[in-house]
Design a protein around this ligand. Sequence first.
Ligand code: ATP
Length: 351
Amino acid sequence: MLDLSLIDITKRFGHVVAVAEVDLHLDGGKMVSFLGPSGCGKTTLLRLIAGLDSPTQGRVLLGERDITHTPAHRRNMGMVFQSLALFPHLSVGDNITYGLKIRGVSRGERRSRAEQLLELVRLPGIAERHVSQLSGGQRQRVAIARALALEPDVFLLDEPMSALDANLREAMQIELRQLQQSLNITTIVVTHDQGEAMTMSDLVVVMSNAQVQQVGPPLEIYRRPANKFVADFIGTSNLLPGRIENGGQAVVAGHGFEIARGGDGLAADSEVVVLVRPEDVHVLPGHQDGPNRLLGTVDFIRDIGATVEIIVDCAGEKVISMMTPKDRPAVSVGAEATVEFPTDACSVLRD
Ligand code: ATP
């Protein structure tokens, strides 16, 4: 269980800055996701950790050891790529124990190790089978077993679920998380799927434009996004343009708002964005003026069983509310409605 530290890491490819001045400390034994849109530098950062690329600037530490210039095969890290890269001409068992063979481990020992690893990924008894005879999910597990065969200090996965269909992907996310917890191995998963990152991780590293935007546990990232990008990228958000009156108060669409967080230290008249998550927004029937309220017209109602989504048009601002069916207000499309934003749920974001 070794900690991993990235110190002031920058990677340039010619004029392209793929990763810019990243400082990151990851505790040993945790599961971490690198999350962000395409091209933000996630894979590059993973490859720098694996030793498949070297940084233009900065250092990588594994525990106390500086591994910045250690070649990939000396880092003791297991990696699963998006393509899985299994050897098509080898059996499942030989795929899994390929690295052990290179290390000179005997045939008998390799066979029993392959069986153990197949048990671990819930595919017992298929060591003799050909890789071409496996389903997508089974191949996925074989790739994981192969990466774990050399008992790596760090386990790295680059978009490991992207080839799987939605149901299987969800099942594999849970399985991978359980496997990681049982092995207690430091694991990093690159993904652009926020659900995947939220399901599997102890810690989410949100990236955009080659930089780390926020690092935190999934719920913290959701509840307390550091900026507008993170709020927009993670979950659904109401981002209301407003103006600060004093730290705890803002004006949104001409109405006074009490704000719980983020306004301190901002000068009066600063232009800001007020974040409120849809599940915190209450919709009331008719027009009922008051603090932290906007008046509008119901634009759309979607009843999806466990939740009811109501969109209210407040002078051009489309506000989304998600409520449980038992809290559903008596409103219909086209009716007047009031939207209430509880103070506790309002935070001011900076760009
Ligand atoms: P995706 O989710 O699409 O895989 P990503 O977040 O993993 O994206 P990277 O693959 O790390 O992003 O790429 C970051 C930036 O660096 C991109 O602009 C990419 O085009 C560029 N880049 C990556 N590898 C190279 C390379 N070998 N040569 C030149 N540019 C590269």
